[in-house]
Each structure stands twice: as C-alpha cells, then as structure tokens.
Design a protein around this ligand. Structure first.
Ligand code: BDP
Length: 603
C-alpha cells in the first residue's frame, strides 16, 4: 500500500485539525445524515482520551463520533480522490455527507476509500463512528462485558488483557489524496544484494489500474541522480558499486515510477528504499553478511496529551536519544507504529522488529507468575480466543504496508501468547506460513515469548527464526534477588542454546519498575540503584553466550496503563520518564552500548 505523497500527478490534503467530537451514550440514536449534535471539539490526530477534563470521556468504552467539514478545490475534482486513514482505533464506520462509504476493523493499520461519487461541490461533511471495544475476537485482546445502570442503559466494559492503556480515536493522520483516473496502485521493491561484488539486483514490481501501456522505473541515488532504469511493470535493475543501507548509516535510493498511455505520462510515484541483505544463519543475525547485535528497546507510542496519537517531535527525540546512547534498534511493541515513524527509521538507519497487535493472547494474563512453579502450566486460551481471522488480516495489512521498508528487519507475529498451551502450534503454524509467503523480502519471523513458555514447554519455538525472550528474573520472579536472577537467566539461556544450537537468541524485554528520584542505600527494588544493578546483572550473563544476539530492554520510556495495584500512573520500567528525562541507568547503558559495535560483537 502506497503512502500518500504529493508528486507531479498527485496532491495530498491533510484533514488534521479540530473535529467535532462526542461519546455515544447509546441513549438517543445518532443519525449520520444530520450534522453531529455537538459543539465540542477534539484535535486530530491524537487519542481522544487525554484531551478533556472529563473522566467519563477518558474512560469511555463503546462508541465515539468525530466530524469535520471540508472543501475540495475545483481543479482537483476531476481527479480520482481517495480518503485515507493512517489508522482508526479500533473499528470505524465512515460516512460522507450522510452515506456510509467505508468500514474497517483493526486499530493500527491504514485503510482508504474513493470518495468521488459521494462528494458535493462544497461543504462536505465527513463523519466517523469509532468503537474502542476489544474482546476475544479482536487484536489486541480485551475482556469485554456489559451491565446496565440504574436507568436501564447499557454500560460497556473493556478490561485490557495487556499492560497499556486502551487509547483510541483518530490517532494518525487523515488525508485525502488525488491520483489520475488510471494510476499506480502499488509498488513492491525487493533488493537482492551480491555482497562480494558490491552490487545488487533490485526487482521493482508496479501494479496499476486502468488503461496504461507504458511503465518506466528509474532508480535515483541519494543525490537524485539516475542510476539505472527499466521499462516494464516487473523489472530487475542492476546497481553496481551499490551503497548499502546499514544500521545507523542509512542510504536510501528512490524508485521513481512513471506510467503512461500512448506516450503521455499519466501518473508518477517515488518510493524510497534501502538495499540491504538480512539473513539468519549459524545462530547469527546477519545484516549485509555481518553478525548484527541488537541494542535497544521495546517501546510504546505513548506521550502526554497525545496518548497513542502520532507525536512527531517525540518520535524524532526518541530516535535521537537512542542514537546518543549507542542503541541501534527497537521493536514496535505491541502494534504497528505510524507510517511516519517507519519512514523516519528508514532515514535514520534504525533497525525495527515490526510487531502485529497480537497482544493479550493468553486468557490467564496477569502479573501473577506463580504458575511458573509448575513445569507444565496450561490454560485454555486456544479454545476460548477467536482471533485467528483478525490475526491473519493484520499480518496481511502490516506486510502490505511495510514490505518495502529498509528498517524492517524481522516480523514479530505476536507478543507473549500462550505458546505453552494446547492448541498453540495449530494456531500459529498457519500464521507463520502466511507471513513467510506474503513477505516479498522473506524477512525472518519471530514472536516474543512469555516466561511460562520455557525450552521445555513452548510448543511453537520451532516456528521462529530468532528466539526472542521476554524475561523478568529479579522483578516478577524473585523480586529484588539479583543473585538468583543471574543464575536463572544463565540456566535458561544455557538450556535454549543447548536445545537450539542453530537459532540466535535475544532478549526482547527485561526490566524493573523504577521511580525517578527514588534512591536506596540498599539497592531496593523501585530505586534507581536497583534498576542499574538489574541491567548490569543481565548484561553480564548476555556476554557469556556466543549466540545471544541482542538486548532490547523494557521499556524505552514510562507509559500509561490501566489501573492496577502494580501500576502507579502507569508502568515505570522506562529508562526515560514519560517526558523523556533520563533515569540514572541511562549513563550505564550508554557506556555499555557505545562500546558494543553494531557488527561482530559476538565472534
Ligand atoms: C510483559 C509485556 C509488556 C508489559 C511488561 C511489564 O509484554 O507489555 O508491559 O511485561 O509487565 O508482560 O512491564
């Protein structure tokens, strides 16, 4: 799916701004044929939750309504016009001038619809009904229930089956873009790098719609100079002396595509791409033939006031903070991030593990890990959840959206699912097959494994290319006891290495809640000293294992969660606060990571 760009044949209009907004109390039906009955406003794009002083709005579960009015300049009306949502969380019904024109389920992927047939000459009214309901059929997974108030009105409840606040709304840009009536509908770029020859063959496939009889693809270098060109809709172009896209040293080429009819150029689109090779071989994660070491984070899209809404200054700051610390990567825990963030990572050379919103796939999820004491803990997740269709759909959508991104080095099919329970393999096998078949660049696939999934009990670990562990020894297990934690970390890594000698292993989560400014002479949990000791302990063990290929800690910054006795205004495992001030541990990690090379750390 193409990102909306202005080109010589296309224009993008941005509908960001103040929209009318109301929650739907489901008392008086709302008729989209009439203007939305409110004068209240909300800013788009952003989550709605933290923009008002109302607890009722912040915690509303069910439906909300958005509305804006717009005009389209006359010269554009002859073009094909497409309304495109960067995302709408979690389910959307879209009405233009009172008519339903689109419906989409899944809160973290884009969707679009042609609007020409529904437009008026002026004052078009765009209305969006959104649901933030999550249940056993959706991703993420929510525990959904209903009750009635004293007046007999229905109340809906979503209890997040995961550890982040259920922010919702129009959280990403809403745009209208134009194309000619016959147009480029998709571009797929697959680089095949010949490392020894410093060259690459880049396959560029162009999908079109309408009467097109000519396609031209020109590859431009980073200075905009043409390198090579071809003239078919499926062409493979050879680049000599190729500039590789390298971690923290990005180089982006552009595939400039023009399509024509009878010699006349009709549509133009420029897709940036990087040339790099990703392989998993001999228990190593190779980028451009060299063993890469992941240094970085699990993150969230989470900031003050914006909630989960796009916040580009914060995105830019986060990447700069990462680079300053010597980090080179992060995972889009626990959902696909905005396209704008992915484009930024392409430019900055940040290596991304791109995760689906499959989080909460464990019906017994909670902070109680006592089940770890039993070696064969089971739950009935896979008979209760009905998420397979949503999962398949989102794998398709995320690959369709992100397939060309140089920054995407691996797909994470799920976070902490009950892969130890009966039925998990049957659930995941087809999803891994699907991802591997759909990805034109054939990137490695993984999921991040929960502590109950051990080398003995995990049914699905055979499916992954890289073993990605979320582990909390010293925090949820043996809180405060770093001696025990060190041994448990070592024992488990040893067991994984012995059992899967060909698979690289990395940590995709480990961390300790830390209250900024809390200090302790006795290194107590929650103190800044404990957080540092915890990371020093883990680092020491990581360095003992040759096939341990990366450390992505939890979490980059403190973030908002639902209420809970283990959460004080959210999760405090950030090494930065929610406003991005460093905790003490940042100095230690910076010293460590700036010494660890991106390549060749584990010989
Ligand atoms: C893991 C989850 C993550 C949580 C983290 C924690 O993957 O979403 O925030 O633990 O408890 O279970 O801090």
């Amino acid at each position: 799916m193409l990102y909306p760009l202005t080109t010589p044949s296309r224009t993008v209009l941005d509908l960001s701004g103040l929209w009318k907004f109301m929650i739907d109390e489901e008392i008086t039906p709302i008729d989209p044929k009439r203007p939305l009955p409110t004068e209240d406003v909300i800013s788009v794009p952003a989550s709605f939750n933290d923009q008002t002083a109302s607890k009722k709005i912040r915690e509303h579960n069910g439906f909300v309504w958005y509305e804006t009015n717009f005009d389209i300049a006359k010269p554009l009306r002859s073009q094909r016009l497409v309304l495109r949502f960067g995302s709408a969380t979690h389910e959307a019904w879209v009405y233009l001038n009172g008519q339903e024109i689109a419906h989409h389920k899944g809160g973290f992927t884009p969707f679009e619809v042609e609007i020409n047939d529904y437009l008026k000459d002026s004052d078009n009214r765009l209305t969006v009904k959104l649901s933030n309901i999550l249940d056993y059929t959706t991703l993420p997974v929510g525990n959904y229930s209903e009750s009635t108030d004293q007046d007999g009105h229905k109340l809906r409840h979503v209890d997040e089956n995961f550890d982040f606040f259920n922010y919702a709304g129009l959280q990403r840009p809403v745009k209208i873009y134009s194309t000619p009536a016959d147009y480029i509908s998709d571009i797929t770029v697959v680089p095949d790098v010949h490392l020894a020859e410093s060259s690459a063959d880049v396959q560029v496939k162009v999908a079109t719609h309408g009467e097109i009889d000519g396609v031209k693809v020109t590859i431009l270098d980073q200075d905009g100079q043409p390198v090579v060109s071809g003239t078919s809709a499926d062409t493979t172009l050879h680049i000599d002396h190729v500039h590789l896209w390298q971690p923290l040293n990005a180089y982006l080429y552009t595939a400039k595509v023009t399509v024509s009819r009878n010699g006349e150029v009709i549509d133009t689109y420029s897709e940036d791409f990087g040339v790099r090779k990703i392989e998993v071989k001999n228990a190593q994660f190779l980028i451009n033939g060299e063993p890469f070491y992941f240094k970085g984070f699990g993150k969230h899209e989470d900031s003050y006031v914006h909630g989960r809404g796009i916040n580009q200054p914060v995105n830019v700051l986060d990447i700069n903070l990462m680079k300053d610390m010597g980090a080179n990567s992060f995972r889009t825990s626990h959902y696909p991030y905005s396209e704008e963030m992915m484009r930024l990572c392409d430019r900055e050379g940040i290596v991304v593990i791109d995760e689906t919103p499959a989080v909460g796939l464990m019906v017994t999820f909670g902070f109680d890990v006592s089940m770890l004491e039993s070696d064969d803990y089971q739950d009935d997740t896979w008979t209760k959840l009905k998420t397979a269709d949503a999962h398949k759909q989102v794998i398709k959508e995320i690959i369709d959206r992100d397939k060309n991104h140089a920054c995407v080095a691996m797909w994470s099919i799920a976070n902490e699912a009950a892969t130890f329970s009966k039925g998990s393999y049957e659930y995941f096998k087809p999803l891994f097959d699907e991802a591997r078949q759909l990805d034109p660049q054939k990137r490695p696939c993984t999921y991040t494994s929960i502590m109950m999934a051990t080398p003995k009990t995990d049914n699905c670990i055979g499916l992954v290319d890289v073993i990605a562990l979320n582990r909390y020894y010293g925090w949820y297990v043996g809180n405060g006891d770093l001696k025990m934690a060190e041994q448990a970390t070592r024992d488990e890594l040893q067991e994984y290495s012995d059992k899967f000698p060909d698979k690289p292993i990395m940590y995709t989560e480990y961390g300790a809640d830390t209250i900024p400014g809390l200090h302790s002479n006795y290194d107590e949990p929650f103190s800044e000293e404990f957080q540092e000791d915890y990371y020093r302990m883990a680092s020491k063990v990581f360095d003992e294992f040759p096939h341990f290929v990366g450390e992505q800690l939890w979490n980059f910054a403190d973030f908002q969660t639902k209420f809970g006795i283990q959460r004080v205004q959210g999760n405090k495992k950030g090494i930065f606060t929610r406003s991005r001030e460093p905790k003490m541990v940042v100095r230690y990690l910076k010293a460590r990571w700036t010494k660890i090379p991106n390549f060749g750390y584990k010989k």
